[in-house]
Design a protein. Sequence first.
Lengths: 237, 495, 119
Amino acid sequence: MRRALSLIVLLVLAVGLASALRGPSVGAEARRASLIDDDEVNFGRRYNSRAVEETGASNVVASVLVTYRGLDTLGEVTVLFVAATGLAALLHTGRRRRSEREATPASLIVFTGCRFLFPLILLFGAYIFAHGHLTPGGGFQGGAIIASGFLLIYLGCRGRQPESKRLSAVESLAGLAFVLIGLIGLAVGGSFLLNFLPEGSPYALLSAGIIPVVYVFIGFKVGSELGGIVGDLSGAR
Amino acid sequence: MVSPMLLIAAPLGLAFITPLLGLLSERLTRYVPAAAMAFNFTLGLLLLPRVLREPWIVETAGLRPPFSIHLVAGPLGVGLSLLIALVGLLVSIYAIGYVREGPVAKYHTLYLLLLVGATGMVLSADLFNLFVFFEILCISSYALVGYRGDRAGIESSAKYLVQGAIGSSLILLGIGFVYGLFGTLSMADIARNVDSVTPMKVFISMAFLITGFGVEAAVLPLNAWLPDAHSSAPSSISAILSGIAIKAGLYAVARVVFTIYGADTMPMLVLLVGILTLLVGEMSAFSQNNIKRLLAYSSIGQIGLIVFALGLASASGVQGALFLVVSHALAKALLFLSVGYMIYRTGSMEISSLYGMGRRMPVSSLCFTIGAFSLVGLPPFIGFAAKFTVIRAALAGAAPLLTALVAIVLLGTVVEGAYFFRIVQGLHFRPPPEGAAPEQTDQYEAPVSALVPICLLAAIIVAVGLYPGVLTKYLGPAAMDLLDKAAYIHHVLGV
Amino acid sequence: MSFLAGYVQYIGSFGLVLIGLYIVLVKTNLIKVILGINLIDTGVNLFLVSVGYIRMGTAPIFSQAEAAGREMVDPVPQALVLTAIVIGVSVVALALSVAIRLYEHYGTLNLCKIRELKW
């Protein structure tokens, strides 16, 4: 009964999706030929042709994320923050520290390997988010890599976990810094997240104004948040 | 420096530092949401006269719309964010004393972020940005529903989360279609180009968006999560979910339908969905024994009425809908808040355990009565003026079918009156159940930090009910903000 | 075949969405339902990326060697997908924590057996 009903729902949805695709008008490919393909109207065209001169970042996706759609990125960071806080709140009242039941300690090789790899992973993550405006990558990707370093610590070096207070302090300060950068733009030029720093020369590390600065803060924030989520779910925090 | 952007940025910054404050002292965090909402309320009042003259288009990243995300602070956006700030402020004052157990700092952070999400939704003029703020609202409410960590809370949180997540995916599919069709995400820009594609494709993208936002708005087939979520959450959160969160979902649906797709007539289906939601909500509420479930089902009924009023698609109908949004937000927040301490004191959500409360908690019971009467639509409370506006708008065209539907609306109101009178009568005129605590009025009544917001809400309900002109003069511009697509496009894009 | 070449990415993404939705509607284990939600997210993300795809287009990143060469794909859907992925991760993380708490209360993840409230 339930299966039949859900198959009917799926069928309706499939027909809807298929009929939405009929005829050549969905997607950038199709829009190339249609009326509204003009860089005065079309977002993608315009960003591809002007982003480098407007923001100085050679990675167009980075300039879309941090400047053109910067408010989305702030919201996205907030969503992750909400999830980390909500997860900690939900797990708070539950079991009492399941990690404290005796876990087999990792062997010396695993333990040493994790301690050796951890700083290298952090360094790689930092590289990814510091070069976000030049190469593929950025704050979220770099943050995710940093969180994988934390995951390694939780798995291999129990007893050496990062202090949850410090993680949440980094999280808060990085989020506050993002909002403050936006507000400085509002105070200086009357618009939130304005790129108020000099653009510099393209393809240089110190270029693109606020984009690398914001990406560094996002990297810290995402790294500490995902690290905290991993710690909470593994019962270590 | 004063800009509508601060309505979002300032509470968001405060929410980010709340965990830091929590490390210093957990007591301090209790005042953060109240401070942020007081700031928003003041700023909203300052902005209101200006945006009534002309909507304030807020650009980000120093680019003219539509090429960066922009906010439109029109009469509707600022008006709704004022409502959010007012209800949010009062509920956060209530929560200072009410929320004592569990990770208090995290509660206040999540609560503030929920309000930030709602404020961002009503101000944003970019479809994807609207979705991001919607997600902030949704995810923080999933977590807050399960805040107490008891069986019912966690279970309804799971239910809400699964349904909400599917709704979000549908919205995202709709946004993908919209971007694929128009190559733009600015609502004004989409609205300008909407005639350039075939109606079928427009309809499908719209259907995805409406269904997705409709899950949060709790319109009829999509509202299975609501009674559980609203009844299992802490009372302060139920007040916000019923008062603000569903309204934000409804706002998104209305914005998509009226402003983006420019619907000037609605199919009969919308009116029928509204009426059905109303009837199902009121009938289910009638048969409840659990007071919070009853209030939750009554919210569904009121949502049905608002959908009905929006479905009229006339200026007066939308005005009536907005009036209902305000009156229901105030009255339902009042009801949940005043019931909160009654449940806390008796430890039971059964209606029969509330009998005789009129003696033991006189102020809370009186305010509950005011809220209930306002919801039913008795004069001189705000609910009467709101329902009256809707019914007058429905009868304006003198269409026979609409007259019949109005009769059904009135029938729903009678049902609503029946169950609310039953509770009010129990509160004031029935003896307390066997084994109840002896009468110690001064200790039994809710504390001052709870009575202040409850009495303020009751006072506002009576005051606006007596002088509806205070509110109605803003409803006209706000309704036009929603309905007048050409003016919206003109203000945003300057064409 | 030419029909498939233009639409294969859409078919794949919608297929993922439908499979995920089927899992959510039919399965009773909460972990499986969460996996279904994850599949829907993946499908939707794939759809968003393919909306911005231009055949033979390159990634929208300029470099000194190739300042302006081949046509680039649309960068906006890529930015949207990044946001959507983060939102999806947040929802799934929260769902998993709810599942942990639910298991503590009931000792099962079978949604048919968890019936304190009406489902």
